[in-house]
Write a protein that binds this ligand. Structure first.
Ligand code: B3K
Ligand code: ZN
Length: 879
């Protein structure tokens, strides 16, 4: 067990830095057995610091200190203390140059923070606190400096040497070594520093900015991936244009670089001018990547690019403000993706992620506000709350202000704070100042955790023609927060007449030209709204477009839901009505209230399948049954096997009843041989693969033949994987084994495809048994040091395979606890991510909950537990 508890850091303890660094001069000598880092800092006292700091304190982690010099004079050991995590230089003058030389071992760095090696190349990851693993430095985002970086390495092994900014010098050195010097003219916090050294090929393009400057765009990859860069490059160019058009933001350096690395803890990183990407988030070809991967790549390339303004030019004052850059940038990338594809589908995907995973986080032991007030390990706070709820909060500001005033606000924000490190409050203030709106109460969205619950009730006075809607809001308690205040919630509403059209929403009897949709602003615990001049009781369409990240409790009847599915003018709410209907049917089966599957659900799905005149992108989404994870989230005390059983029964029933329609849908959406990424083409692939999977789910022989043919002949990975997934989840054992073997034989040299091969098995009800998962861990292609492999087997099994993970004997939990402990030693960030399914133990019924808790306790008791896992496990076990 850990002997000391890690320290908690509080927002209330924030103080401006005592010293500022104007300039950083770095020299890296890279060798096979380590790297020597020479750092020269130009330091001065911060005039805004209250009081006088005698000593300079720099952060460090796992560094071997070789020397310290002040203004060119080497300091004796009596002038400084190397405390491991701090270097304290005593009695420093007001202004000075400090030179520090450290030795590090990138080749042994398995945490993948700081400087490390991946597939033979050197690369870095500094956010949030990785720079301190490279050299001693004030590692906090409000210290912004200009960096000059010289990289020296063996020329043959590392022909490409990169860092931030522009390359200003290069040359040969003795012993077959060479160097390149990079200079970044923009002051930046050290978390945006990056370095890459490797044997990489370059894919190049140009972008001409709105002011006519030519930007040199470069994607660096290993030679074997040279043919997989086109989609990322196109996405980058589209992002650059979009940010100019929608936000008026022009790129500011002459070069923009992206590098793909195989071993990476997360998706990608927005280092200034030198984005580093997880290979799986940048490389794609139609043969090797599915539609979802293409869309993810487009979104992540855009996200990292957009950070150049929202994050880099204007950065965070401290890590409590993380959502300042992440929430805003997710909001920006969501707008981009909506514009590039189907806005309704994008909204459905975002709302699904919120309602399934973020609401769960918000109701669990790690629940925290969008601007947290304390943390132990900042890496644990790169959460759905910071990113996705943070984006929803910005989206609500956009809804309240309207697009023009929002744009005025973002212009003001960028102009006012360019080159600064600021807070979420500064962001809201800019929005207020530009719009004249008071967002005082709205700020509670940043301060209060928990998902508001809106209880909506209505009645209709047929004589007076008045429809009354009462809305009450309540925000549940969360760790450290009780008795919360009502929040300012934009509530988009429509009312449908019996003919399915939107009725005018008259707030007073003689209101002319009343709109057919209104955004009601909720600010109190209870509101009552009256709508006049109605001749019939309307069907309400509530929180259209998921206008706020809230839960809604309204006593919908199944008739109303079917009506909304067919008629709601808001595409999102049509989808939502279908989801609510399916949830209602599944929950009735779980409770045992109903014997069989309601015929009306079957008929609703029959109409979806049979009417090609409907928006097929929306239909493709509507056909997806609510996920097991969502059903868990909706349950008070989740019985994993009962949830799985009921959902499976509904799927069986739909597939049996709609066999003819499914075969017809499959044929109608056949592959025309071209691979396009339009919403229509994506929908067609989704529809044919959904049809196939449903038919294989009920063991349909004819469909098994179709799947085998599709698997063999597919011209793209979406269809090949669709067929493989259907086979792997089916009862056709021989066919499934043959397809899995075939697939591996064909793609074993492509790590990104092998990851998909692992995932499809780890998620499978048939193939994903615990024994099989253990076999996958022993497979030669599995690699404990590669986060993508770990996620594709262990992460998928524990996070997506409800029925196999939640075994009543607790074997799935014990397995996960073992793997978390194993990974905790080599890569704590990944271990802390993986443990999360166990933290939800309170949500599950017995015997699951109790056994999950036991497994969690076994992780808590591990020797030398990392700070990352410590924080999560202790918070989850707290009474
Ligand atoms: N800013 C990075 C995430 C860094 C995570 C550090 N543990 C990627 C992004 O959100 O764009
Ligand atoms: Zn980001």
């Amino acid at each position: 067990m850990r002997t000391s508890q890690p320290r908690t850091i509080y927002l209330s303890e924030y103080r401006v830095p005592a010293f500022l660094v104007d300039h950083v001069d770095l020299r890296f000598e890279l060798f096979e057995n380590g790297a020597r880092v020479h750092s020269t800092l130009t330091v001065r006292r911060n005039p805004e610091y209250p009081g006088v700091a005698e000593h300079l304190e720099l952060d460090g982690d796992s560094l071997k200190l070789e020397s310290v010099s002040l203004d060119g004079i080497e300091l004796g050991a009596d002038r400084y203390q190397d405390q491991g995590d701090k270097l304290v230089v005593q009695a420093v003058p007001d202004k000075f140059g400090l030179n520090v030389v450290t030795w590090i071992e990138p080749q042994n760095n398995t945490r993948l923070e700081g400087l490390y090696k991946s597939s033979g190349m050197f690369c870095t990851q500094c956010e949030a606190e990785g720079f301190r693993c490279i050299t001693f430095f004030p590692d906090r985002p409000d210290v912004m400096a200009r960096f000059r970086t010289r990289v020296e390495a063996d020329r043959e092994k590392y022909p490409v040497l990169l860092s931030n900014g522009n390359d200003v010098d290069r040359g040969e050195l003795a012993d077959g070594r060479h160097f390149v010097t990079w200079e970044d003219p923009f002051p930046k916090p050290c978390y945006l520093f990056a370095l890459v050294a490797g044997d990489l090929v370059l894919k190049q393009d140009t972008f001409t900015t709105c002011s006519g400057r030519d930007i040199d765009l470069r994607i660096y990859v290993e030679a074997r991936n040279a043919a997989k860069c086109d989609h990322a490059m196109d996405s980058l160019k589209r992002s650059m244009r979009w940010d100019e058009e929608v936000y008026g933001r022009e790129y500011d350096l002459d070069i923009f670089m992206i590098v793909a690395v195989d071993d990476f803890n997360m998706g990608a990183m927005e280092n200034k001018g030198l984005n580093i990407f997880n290979s799986s988030c940048v490389l794609a070809s139609p043969e090797t990547a599915a539609d979802t991967a293409f869309q993810r790549i487009e979104a992540i390339v855009a996200h990292e690019y957009f950070h150049n303004w929202s994050g880099n030019r204007v950065t965070c004052r401290d890590w409590f403000q993380l959502s300042l850059k992440e929430g805003f940038t997710v909001f920006r990338d969501a707008g981009f993706s909506a514009d590039m594809g189907s806005p309704t589908v994008k909204r459905i995907e975002d709302a699904t992620l919120m309602r399934t995973a973020q609401f769960a986080e918000d109701a669990g032991p790690m629940s925290h506000p969008v601007r947290p007030s304390s943390y132990m390990e900042i890496s644990n706070f790169y959460t759905l709350t910071i990113y996705e709820k943070g984006a929803e909060v910005v989206r609500m500001i956009h809804t309240l202000l309207g697009p023009e005033l929002f744009r005025k606000g973002s212009d003001l924000y960028f102009e006012r704070h360019d080159g600064q490190a600021v807070t979420t409050d500064d962001f809201v203030k800019a929005m207020e100042d530009a719009s004249g709106r008071d967002l005082g109460q709205f700020r509670l969205w940043y301060e209060q955790a928990g998902t508001p619950l809106l209880t909506v009730r209505d009645d209709f006075d047929s004589e007076a023609g008045i429809y009354r809607l009462t809305i009450e809001q309540a925000i549940p308690d969360s760790p450290g927060q009780t008795s919360k205040n009502p929040q300012h919630i934009p509530f988009a509403l429509g009312l449908l007449g019996a003919d399915g059209t939107d009725l005018p929403l008259r707030l007073f009897a003689d209101e002319n030209d009343a709109p057919s949709e209104r955004v009601l602003e909720l600010t109190a615990a209870r509101h009552e709204f009256e709508f006049h001049g109605l001749s019939e009781r309307p069907v309400p369409s509530l929180v259209r477009g998921f206008s706020a990240p809230v839960r809604v409790d309204y006593p919908w009847t199944r008739e109303q839901l079917i009506f909304l599915m067919n008629h709601d003018g808001d595409g999102f709410n049509r989808w939502d009505a279908g989801q609510r209907l399916a949830v209602d049917v599944i929950q009735a089966l779980i409770r045992g209230d109903e014997e069989g599957v309601d015929e009306r659900l079957v008929e609703a799905y029959r109409s979806l399948l049979s009417d090609p005149s409907l928006d097929q992108a929306l239909v493709a989404k509507m056909l997806q049954l609510p996920s097991e994870a969502y059903l868990v989230e909706l349950a008070d005390s989740a019985d994993a096997q009962a949830i799985h059983g009921a959902r499976t029964r509904v799927l069986d029933c739909l597939a049996q009843a709609l066999r003819g329609e499914l075969l017809e849908c499959y044929r109608r959406n056949g592959d025309d041989g071209s691979y396009q990424l339009t919403p229509e083409a994506i929908a067609a692939r989704s529809l044919r693969n959904t049809a196939l999977s449903w038919l294989l789910h009920i063991g349909d022989r004819e469909a098994c033949g179709l799947a085998q043919t599709q698997f063999q002949d597919a011209g793209n990975m979406t269809d090949r994987m669709g067929a493989l997934r259907a086979l792997v989840n089916s009862c056709f054992v021989t066919e499934r084994e043959a397809a899995l073997n075939d697939f591996y034989q064909c793609w074993q040299d492509d790590p990104q495809v092998v990851e998909q091969w692992f995932s499809v098995q780890a998620a499978s009800l048939q193939a994903g048994t615990l024994n099989h998962i253990r076999e996958l861990l022993a497979h030669p292609a599995f690699d404990w040091k590669n986060p993508n492999k770990v996620r594709s087997v262990i992460g998928v099994f524990a996070g997506q395979n409800l029925a196999q993970f939640h075994q009543a004997d607790g074997s799935g939990y014990i397995f996960l606890a073992e793997q978390v402990c194993r990974l905790d030693d080599s890569n704590p960030q990944i271990a802390a991510r993986l443990v999360s399914p166990l933290t939800r133990w309170r949500k599950f019924a017995e015997p699951y909950g109790g056994k999950m808790k036991q497994a969690l306790a076994s992780v808590r008791d591990k020797e030398g537990l990392s700070k990352d896992v410590f924080e999560i496990v202790h918070k989850s076990l707290k009474e």
